[in-house]
Design a protein around this ligand. Structure first.
Ligand SMILES: [Fe+2]
Length: 256
């Protein structure tokens, strides 16, 4: 059976936390970029550094003609000029880069993040025998109270892992294995560099060199808040289903 090439370090749990790389004293790198409104998990804007053809837009490469997998992103010259350091960081492993962008996320509530949980679609059209696409999340701002939520089961909070996002935190996630979203508790927007990387020996060496650990400490949350968020999740999904049904459209969960 042919399969995709994966990285053993990610096979174990589906994510690794690397040692931090703090670039928070360098904010003009992301503040000077050109942002575009792109509806994702929460109130967001995106500054793409790569795209399907080098234009400033964020659509999945598979939505273009001809479609292609989330690989071989074309660097956007006007953005690269303003963010040489971010580009270097995305290229550092030497792994193939697909979509690469800075996301700006506004404050939200835990229940919003739970509703926003989604799985990515990075491996659509990805040919077997080539590298499985995973995603790197580099936190640029210092958001120590904010959490990257990862759930194996969308509806089961006991499967939830919570990774704090201080300045410089670096996490690589198989985002098709995990339902994921960020609970951002800061008043100022959170900025993060998100890069799609192709799995293979280069990424494996990078994870090893930066001491990737496939575990994270437990972060307990208030049980009543978690229960409230679960009720909200079901309520909002039902509300959405009814809205879509009224429009005669098929229910589409907020995935991307
Ligand atoms: Fe995602």
């Amino acid at each position: 059976m042919i399969d995709h090439i994966t990285v053993p370090a990610l096979d174990e749990t589906g994510f690794v936390v690397l040692d931090p790389y703090d670039q928070s004293r360098d904010p003009e790198e992301w503040l000077d970029l050109e942002y575009t409104v792109w509806r994702s998990s929460g109130v967001t804007r995106f500054a793409p550094l790569t795209s399907y053809a080098g234009e400033i837009e964020c659509n999945g490469f598979w939505n273009h003609t001809p479609p292609r997998p989330d690989k071989d992103g074309v660097w956007i010259a006007s953005q690269v000029e303003r963010a040489a350091h971010l580009v270097r960081r995305a290229q550092e492993p030497g792994a193939g880069v697909g979509r690469c962008r800075v996301v700006e996320l506004q404050r939200n509530e835990y229940a919003d993040a739970v509703y926003n949980l989604h799985q990515d679609d990075n491996n659509r059209l990805n040919p077997e025998g080539t590298g499985w696409v995973v995603r790197a999340f580099f936190n640029l701002t210092d958001d120590s109270d904010s959490l990257l939520l990862l759930r194996r089961d969308r509806f089961d909070p006991s499967t939830e892992l919570r990774i704090p996002l201080p300045a410089g935190s670096r996490v690589i996630v198989d985002t098709q294995r995990f339902w994921h979203a960020v609970w951002h508790r800061g008043d100022a927007p959170r900025y993060s560099l998100i890069t799609s990387w192709e799995s293979g020996p280069a990424l494996e060496a990078y994870i090893r060199d930066h001491h990737g650990v496939p575990h994270t400490a437990r972060v307990p949350l208030d049980a009543a808040m978690v229960e409230h968020a679960q009720r909200e999740l079901h309520r909002r999904l039902e509300e959405r289903r009814q809205t879509m049904a009224a429009l005669g459209a098929a229910f589409v969960s907020p995935e991307r």
